[in-house]
Design a protein around this ligand. Structure first.
Ligand code: ATP
Ligand code: MG
Length: 560
């Protein structure tokens, strides 16, 4: 398979589109849309839908619209519409001049509703919500017809116009389609398509006191925009007959095809806007962009790249049955990209002071260090070296086992890009006995990290020069939840991982990082991939978020 063929690996939606094109259906056009409801921020599940819809449009030289499904005024806001647009753009997609709002169609949707009424396909029902539910029947038993079902078209028109005019209280009447109360599909039992609700809409203000329901709005919006393939998640499969029924009754310009695919579920996290909203409003996380969240803005702040997220969406493929994807699949995509694209620098998270006793006190050397071991085009920098350095506490053990190739009393190790050093003395706190400093000697003949006598060195550790290093805050992240499927549990908040974030207030990074810009990504050698926090960078002190570790240590540590 060539690269392009691999990328175009077959999936069932692609097969449908290919077949449509062969038959010149829709005059050979492919036109999709991404239709978020602006009631929260987008998450990784939406990324899958975005990549599919915009991806197919790109692949087939077609178009993809961004449309806000804004029919629930109470839960929606401009904050969300702005954030959603920023997220889609950041992921690398462009809707050109085709930004739409379902609310732009309110007038047309209203006219279509009158059309249904005039043709006996819709009626005003005056049962209350509880009664409607009761009359609807069950999955196994048929529904019952409302006593108002046979109102004349004139009476229905009059009542519907007066609903619009605000003559009735909220909930006093609804408009329902007139389909079939005995249908085995509950969605077809005269679903409600308009309700009275005096709510301020973020775009239409107080113009409307009746609002159309999602199912009715969605199919008509698709048709008005000339959508050819309306991709949605599986829970809408049973709504498809309604989608088609509405369009069959109405003089709409075209009849898009609804195609369902499986939602993306990731383990150890949640992908429900409602629950994400609860995490934010209840203060379990800092905000929608908390780097622990699977929101697009959270992943961005954490350091994930748009390309890695797109790659992930491509790799997980497209299915008709619900699956749960392991978080490590996403992290691996991120890791793979960052491995190629980031510069490698040194940082020490938990510093242990090391004094190199035979190194001149007033001397500083600038040591050459390339940014990437196999990508010379990335260039390099000079790292200052001096008599006092910090190393990672973990890289020293007082009583090391045989296989420990780092520092221990009397042991020698290579300092990355610098010299071999040997631990001559361990200084301890008199009271606590804790190791507070190491006294080492260095071998001046090993500059650059190689010994002229050919003696081998198994261990190489990272370091920073104490006098030159820059203090930084570093934040380490772990899974947000302690169980793979927290969403299933009613008590899901109790499953939050209390150790999902660790803040290291006083880490040290090499001095060149004083220039690091918000969202710049680095590999800290041996520690993982890090990204300058885009939100807290403004405080003047650099804050680095760990995006992902170097290896998939999580699986091992948690003995999964
Ligand atoms: P949530 O359950 O998080 O509230 P939603 O489906 O209500 O999600 P919408 O704003 O209506 O959110 O979603 C916009 C589009 O994204 C829809 O076409 C929806 O099918 C799709 N989508 C939402 N969640 C996922 C997911 N987990 N996987 C794939 N597509 C998704
Ligand atoms: Mg939805």
């Amino acid at each position: 398979m060539t690269e392009t063929e691999k990328l175009r690996s077959s999936n069932f939606i692609r097969n449908i589109i290919d077949e449509d094109l062969r038959q010149n259906k829709n005059d050979g056009r492919v036109h999709t849309r991404f239709p978020p409801e602006p009631n929260g921020y987008l998450h990784i599940g939406h990324a899958k839908s975005i990549c599919l819809n915009f991806g197919f449009a790109q692949e087939y030289n077609g178009l993809c619209n961004l449309r806000f499904d804004d029919t629930n005024p109470e839960k929606e806001s401009v904050e969300y519409t702005d954030a959603i647009q920023a997220d889609v753009r950041w992921l690398g997609f462009d809707w050109g001049d085709r930004l739409y709002y379902a609310s732009d169609y309110f007038e047309k949707l209203y006219e279509f509703a009158e059309h249904l009424i005039r043709h006996g396909k819709a009626y005003v029902d005056s049962l209350n919500a509880d009664q409607i539910r009761e009359y609807r029947g069950t999955l196994t038993g048929p529904g019952r017809e409302s006593p108002y079902r046979n109102r004349s078209a004139e009476e229905n028109l009059d009542l519907f116009r007066r609903m619009r005019a605000g003559e009735f209280k909220d909930g006093e009447h609804v408009l329902r389609t007139r389909i079939d109360m005995a249908s085995p599909n509950i969605n077809m039992r005269d679903p409600v398509i308009y309700r009275i609700k005096r709510a301020h809409h973020h775009r239409t203000g107080d113009k409307w006191c009746i609002y159309p329901m999602y199912d009715y709005t969605h199919c008509i919006s698709d048709a008005l925009e000339g959508i050819t393939h309306s991709l949605c998640t599986l829970e809408f499969e049973d709504h498809r007959p309604l989608y088609d029924w509405c369009l069959d009754q109405l003089p709409v310009p075209c009849h898009p095809q609804q195609i369902e695919f499986a939602r993306l579920n990731l383990n150890y996290t949640i992908t429900s806007k409602r629950k994400l909203n609860q995490l934010v409003t209840e203060g379990h996380v800092s905000d929608w962009d908390d780097p622990r969240l699977p929101t697009i803005t959270g992943m961005r702040r954490r350091g994930y790249t748009p390309a890695a997220i797109r790659d992930f969406c491509e790799r997980i493929g497209l299915t008709k049955n619900d699956t749960v994807i392991d978080m490590s699949v996403l992290e691996n995509c991120v890791r793979e990209e960052l491995d190629r694209t980031t510069r490698r620098v040194m940082a020490v998270l938990r510093p242990l002071r090391v004094v190199i006793t035979n190194y001149p006190e007033d001397q500083t050397e600038e040591l050459e260090a390339p940014y990437h071991p196999v990508q010379p085009e990335m260039g390099g920098r000079k790292v200052p070296f001096s008599r006092v350095i910090y190393i990672e506490r973990d890289d020293f053990m007082e009583d090391p086992p045989k296989k420990f190739f780092r520092l221990g009393p009397g042991r020698e190790v290579r300092l990355r890009y610098a010299y071999f050093i040997k631990c001559e003395k361990v200084i301890k706190d008199e009271k606590t006995g804790a190791v507070v400093e190491l006294r080492c000697s260095y071998d001046p003949a090993t500059k650059g990290g190689n010994a002229p006598d050919g003696r081998k060195m198994k261990g190489t550790i990272h370091w920073v020069s104490a006098a030159h290093a820059l203090q930084a805050e570093v934040r380490l992240y772990d899974r947000l939840f302690t169980t793979p499927d927290p969403g299933r549990d009613e008590n899901w908040r109790a499953l939050l991982n209390p150790a999902s974030m660790e803040i290291i207030p006083h880490a040290f990074v090499e001095p060149g990082l004083v220039e690091a810009q918000p969202e710049e990504r680095y590999q800290f050698e041996r520690l993982g991939y890090f990204c300058v926090d885009r939100r807290d960078a403004a405080t003047g002190r650099p804050v680095f978020n760990r995006t992902v570790t170097l290896k998939d240590s999580w699986l091992k540590e948690n003995k999964v």
